[in-house]
Ligand binder design. Structure first.
Ligand SMILES: [Zn+2]
Length: 258
């Protein structure tokens, strides 16, 4: 299990660590996962928390490596490894992108004991950026509305998703995104659950939405195609570890049990 309590590098050196390169490729460890045991952490590690009571850290190596991608690892490992790797990827991205103050452009320094970068010149602090997104399964009775982005592998369809805008409630973002992407008005919107998604720092808030009609108009920019599918005839779906797939499976389970 992963515990979010930041180990101090001076009091804890060693335990387990994750090695990744600058493109987010992650080295295989010794137990079939990406974790490597060490007596002493190498220089430059970022502590993350505790993994089964052992201090855990991440190290970014300068050279590009031929390791599996983070997405490959996420597809193979269980939920607690997912949380740990997701945290590591986001902490690394944040440190890389907040080396200078966004207010006065001076170099920042890392505060020990918390995820914070401090600017000594103007006092501004930067914390890891988390971007809330809605992701929604639109249904009409038993049928599901699924769409494909131009970036998807051929044949794959998924749920609709989009960033929440400043000042916007999540439920309003669901209604706006669905209308923008497929021209549909939705009735009832119900919260499902959330998932941290480290590409690069999204917090996906999952919702079910009921379509008021079946008539759709595809925007052609954010999505390349969208269609209604019956539970008995589905396209290629997103990977099992994604909240998109969990929304689809929860809907199908509801259809089966009536
Ligand atoms: Zn500053």
């Amino acid at each position: 299990m992963f515990r979010r309590d930041l180990p101090g590098a001076e009091r804890h050196s060693g335990g387990v660590y994750i090695r990744m390169d600058r493109r987010g490729r992650v080295a295989p460890g010794r137990d079939g996962s990406f974790l490597e045991s060490v007596a002493t952490w190498p220089d430059g590690v970022q502590p993350l928390g505790f993994w089964h009571d052992l201090p855990v850290a991440v190290l970014v190596e300068a050279e590009e490596q031929d390791w599996p991608s983070a997405r490959q690892w996420l597809g193979e490992l269980g939920e607690s490894h997912f949380m740990l790797l997701s945290t590591a990827l986001q902490v690394v991205t944040w440190q890389r992108d907040h080396r200078f103050c966004g207010r006065c452009a001076s170099p920042t320094r890392r505060i020990a004991g918390e995820f914070a970068m401090h600017c000594d010149r103007c006092g501004q602090r930067s914390y890891p950026r988390i971007s809330p997104c809605i992701i929604t399964l639109v249904a009409h009775g038993e049928d599901l509305l699924l769409a494909r982005s131009p970036r998807f592998p051929p044949g794959r369809y998924s749920t609709l998703a989009g960033f929440i805008e400043p000042g916007e409630a999540a439920e309003d973002a669901v209604r706006r995104e669905v209308y923008e992407e497929v021209g549909l008005s939705v009735g009832r919107v119900a919260y499902f659950r959330s998932q941290s998604w480290p590409f690069p720092h999204s917090l996906m808030l999952g919702f079910f939405a009921e379509a008021a009609s079946r008539r759709i108009r595809i925007d052609g920019v954010e999505i390349a195609d969208a269609a209604w599918f019956t539970p008995r005839r589905l396209p290629q779906l997103p990977p099992a570890y994604s909240i998109s797939r969990a929304l689809i499976e929860a809907h199908l389970q509801g259809v089966r049990t009536g």
